[in-house]
Ligand binder design. Sequence first.
Ligand SMILES: Nc1nc2c(ncn2[C@@H]2O[C@H](COP(=O)(O)OP(=O)(O)OP(=O)(O)O)[C@@H](O)[C@H]2O)c(=O)[nH]1
Ligand SMILES: [Mg+2]
Length: 186
Amino acid sequence: MGGIISKGARTALGPLLKSKKRFQILFVGLESAGKSTIFKWITDRQFVATNPTVGFDMAKHSVKNIDFMMWDLGGQYAIRPQWRHYYTGTFLIVFVVDTANEMAVRDAGAELHNMLREPSLKGVNLLILFNKRDLPNALPEDQVMKLMRLESIRENQYRCQLTCGLNGEGVEEALTWLVAVAKQGK
Ligand SMILES: Nc1nc2c(ncn2[C@@H]2O[C@H](COP(=O)(O)OP(=O)(O)OP(=O)(O)O)[C@@H](O)[C@H]2O)c(=O)[nH]1
Ligand SMILES: [Mg+2]
């Protein structure tokens, strides 16, 4: 009888034996946008001082019984070509933008549209974080949307969320949306 599991027992064990889906999430955006800072708010629930990311950071994180595999990628110009090595199997992109830097907002828009042209990211879900809202020169939301040409995104479900990496504002709302989208995709 040793290793044999009866059909009845297998049916009972079914839900346990079935491996649980893990949703892959990539954090991308230009250098110094605040990706690692937000990433740390999610994993450590506090502000953590960061250094520019060279390469990547990875963390498994569960919220409300949904398992995420999160990758925080470096945003420096020379590193951006490496992003594509992480695209396969990506469920959702978190694209972080420094909204207090007009030039960076424009460049971020160009980089985002460029990324969305990748066949392996076709139809990927998108969470765009308008970060650094604490800074007095943070641009109004509608201006950021215009500069990034977000109205031309047609094939992706996306949401924009205002955030502040210094105090974690907006991170909880962002997570709630991530969980809701993951539940749709289960
Ligand atoms: N004022 C302000 N500073 C922020 C905010 N979010 C992050 N920062 C700061 O911005 C700097 C860059 O943040 P990081 O999280 O390292 O940026 P990154 O996007 O990971 O940058 P790379 O790893 O180089 O791609 C750090 O000094 C952060 O403390 C924010 O909302 N407001
Ligand atoms: Mg970083």
